[in-house]
Ligand binder design. Structure first.
Ligand code: PLP
Length: 370
């Protein structure tokens, strides 16, 4: 089976982890955490990095550090992972959905403004599958209405918008270091910001809001969202070689483009003129006039030994949210279409050209015999 993903763990990761074990620094203080936070922040041109236990709680912590009030609204794309909407709801705020843009599958920036109300406080752009959002328009809207930008860059380590790194494009940004992300700590996440107040708040929130002046006296409630030094040790080794990992992803993207280019009836990922796509996952979308949909293609590929994953299902199509009275009767045609017609192909960091060629040939064959 050609797996849909595999991390690239090397000697340095092992060396740093062994160092943690040998020195006894295995919990949530230690030099690797500090260094990893600093490297991540520097990489994105941000001042502060706050390591947390995963990407989902990075989003939750980032929102909480803004100090919003219940019922405040945050705009996000419907086409994303549940973590985004969940982080908003866990903060007692209201998620407000926007459709996707059909080329990059990121939030349709031309549909944001009509969703703004007097309660809108923030926009959460999510850079989907490695392609950045079209930030100029988002910056304009944020400025016009005084909104905070909370970037979800969990799928876009190293991606760039007009030469600037994703994760450094808003007031506060979030990363995930889950095993399938471009750099990993097994489980892990990070909040980045230039805002000292947000940074202090996030740091406090991840560590139960212990106070420095009086440890077991609490004026606010936080959580235990700490990352361990052992996880940060893996992360440091990973970010030290991030340029190589991104080069590999971009090479993978260009190879798939080359091999899939002449197959009719499928749409391939794009790289807009203003973007650097890091192809976190190489997605394809089948035309509607094909007799098979993405589920059927995935089934056929699996039979031939190729693992794939379906695209996200929009937040407005989630029964869990309908039961809460959210997004009922809302429709987003672009997201609904790519959810059903899209899937991503094996995109791991260890993939070879021969595997890419094999997967591409199989896609061609499965689509020819429909
Ligand atoms: C992976 C991911 C997350 C969540 O990260 P976890 O570490 O798995 O909690 C959040 N947002 C996006 C866009 C993701 O892809």
């Amino acid at each position: 089976m050609i797996p849909v993903n595999e991390p690239a763990i090397g000697e340095k990761e092992i060396e740093y982890v062994v160092d943690c074990l040998k020195t006894g620094w295995i919990s949530s203080t230690g030099k690797y955490i500090e260094e990893f936070e600093k490297k991540c922040a520097d990489y994105c041109g941000m001042q502060y990095g706050i390591a947390v236990s995963n990407g989902t709680v990075a989003l939750e912590t980032a929102i909480k550090s803004l100090g919003l009030t219940p019922e405040d609204e945050i705009i996000l794309p419907t086409f994303t992972i549940i973590s985004c909407a969940l982080a908003i709801i866990n903060n007692k705020c209201k998620p407000v959905l926007v459709d996707s843009e059909p080329r990059t599958w990121t939030i349709d920036v031309n549909k944001i403004e009509k969703k703004i109300t007097s309660k809108t406080k923030a926009i959460m752009p999510v850079h989907i599958y490695g392609h950045p959002c079209d930030m100029d328009k988002i910056w304009d809207i944020a400025k016009k209405y005084g909104l905070v930008i909370i970037e979800d860059a969990a799928e876009a380590h190293g991606a760039e918008y007009k030469g600037e790194k994703c994760g450094g494009l808003g007031e506060i940004s979030c990363f995930s270091f889950y095993a399938n992300k471009i750099i990993t700590t097994g489980e892990g996440g990070m909040v980045l910001t230039n805002n000292e107040e947000y940074a202090q708040k996030a740091r406090s929130l991840r560590n139960l809001c212990f106070r420095e002046d009086r440890r077991f006296y609490h004026t606010e409630l936080g959580s235990n969202f700490r990352l361990t030094n052992v996880q940060a040790a893996i992360g440091l080794a990973q970010i030290e070689k991030i340029d190589k990992l991104i080069e590999k992803k971009r090479w993978m993207g260009s190879k798939y483009n080359e091999y899939l280019n002449d197959i009719s009836g499928i749409t391939l990922p794009v790289e807009e003129a203003w973007a650097k796509n890091v192809y976190w996952m190489y997605g394809i979308v089948l035309d509607n006039n094909k007799d098979i949909d993405a589920t059927e293609l995935a089934r056929r590929l699996k039979k031939e030994g190729v693992d794939t994953r379906p695209f996200f299902l929009g937040m407005h199509e989630q029964p869990a949210f309908h039961r809460m009275g959210l997004f009922i009767d809302e429709h987003f045609p672009v997201a609904e279409n790519i959810s059903r017609q899209g899937l991503y192909l094996p995109s791991g960091l260890t993939i070879t050209e021969k595997q890419i060629q094999e997967v591409s040939n199989l896609v061609r064959r499965c689509l020819a015999h429909q």
